[in-house]
Design a binder for this molecule. Structure first.
Ligand SMILES: NC(=O)c1ccc[n+]([C@@H]2O[C@H](COP(=O)([O-])OP(=O)(O)OC[C@H]3O[C@@H](n4cnc5c(N)ncnc54)[C@H](OP(=O)(O)O)[C@@H]3O)[C@@H](O)[C@H]2O)c1
Length: 285
């Protein structure tokens, strides 16, 4: 496990904004900040004293997103599917923040359908946003992160669990998350011993507008929704603890994730088969 970076303000932060000022404040770039999870994270990090660069495709306002109006956050329109847009975002971030402690990429889509119902456009969008997007984010920020003093982490928010647990009626979506998990694993082996690491963060189903078409299905499956504030707290802990993979959820979910990594058939026997059958009954529409 990588050690905490004693030099980086992000590693030592435990409290609210008052404890850190100006250049000593931790810094982060949040992409996909207008969504339910991104907005909660922006508010949490702002309250915790981070200086921020916030991004998504649509126009927005940093003060509105963070609840702070002191110039500690700026907003930049950016699209993860466009490498030039990511280069521009990285340039703006390094210029505005000086040093970037964390980049969190929350841009993602999750169409859930039967295998033959995924359209060619669905598949193109899934791979453009969920797979190529994280690669373009990483490539754009990596040179600057490597050059700077102090450690940095690039957190990519994937699907539930560790990206390799592939539930039914999600085939093309699951493939995009699995690709991201492999990308993060390979990059971390390559970056071992450097000041930069990547993280795969798997949220549990949460109470956001994007997830709302599936609320009924989760309820029928007996899955409680998580509040975005809780997800945001776990992303902050992932940044601070420099976790390469973080799977949200209780012990059962973590056991299933570990079992699936060893052998999917063990995970099926432990409960995923039953869960899959229930999903077939309540399949997302
Ligand atoms: N909520 C859950 O239950 C849950 C569970 C597991 C995983 N996740 C994943 O967690 C992430 C955030 O979830 P959420 O519920 O907050 O989703 P959301 O509300 O749909 O937010 C997605 C964010 O990404 C931005 N975005 C989309 N495409 C983009 C692009 N090409 N370039 C830049 N930004 C882009 C969107 O804003 P613009 O449209 O303005 O660009 C929005 O800010 C997603 O990847 C989601 O799949 C969510």
């Amino acid at each position: 496990m990588t050690q905490l970076n004693e030099k980086s303000p992000v590693a030592t932060g435990t409290g609210p904004a008052a404890t850190k000022q100006g250049k000593d404040a931790p810094t982060a770039v949040l992409i996909g900040v207008t969504g339910g999870l991104g907005h909660a994270l922006a508010k949490l990090l702002a309250a915790d004293g981070f200086r921020l660069v916030l991004a998504a495709r649509r126009e927005n306002d940093a003060a509105k997103l963070t609840g702070r109006n002191d110039g500690s956050a700026i907003y930049q329109r950016a699209d993860v599917t466009d490498p030039a847009s990511m280069e521009k975002l990285a340039a703006v971030a390094f210029e505005h923040l000086g040093r970037v402690d964390a980049v969190v990429n929350l841009a993602g889509i999750s169409p859930r359908k039967a295998i033959e119902e995924y359209t060619l456009a669905d598949i193109d969008d899934l791979f453009a946003i969920n797979v190529k997007g994280p690669m373009f984010v990483t490539r754009a920020f990596l040179p600057g992160l490597r050059k700077q003093a102090g450690n940095a982490v690039v957190v990519h928010v994937g699907g539930a669990m560790d990206g390799r647990v592939a539930l039914p009626f999600m085939s093309s979506y699951a493939a995009s998350r699995g690709a991201l998990a492999s990308y993060v694993q390979s990059a971390n082996r390559e970056l071992a011993g450097t000041n930069v690491m990547l993280s795969f963060f798997g949220p549990v189903p949460s109470n956001t507008e994007a997830e709302s078409p599936f609320f009924d299905m989760w309820s029928k499956l007996g899955v409680d929704l998580c509040e975005p504030d809780q997800v945001a707290r776990e992303i902050l802990a992932t940044i601070r603890k420099r976790r390469q993979v973080h799977v949200m959820g209780g012990g059962t979910l973590k056991m299933l994730t570990i079992a699936n990594a060893i052998s999917p058939s063990i995970a099926d026997a432990m409960g995923l088969r039953k869960f899959g059958k229930l999903m077939q009954q309540y399949r997302p529409r």
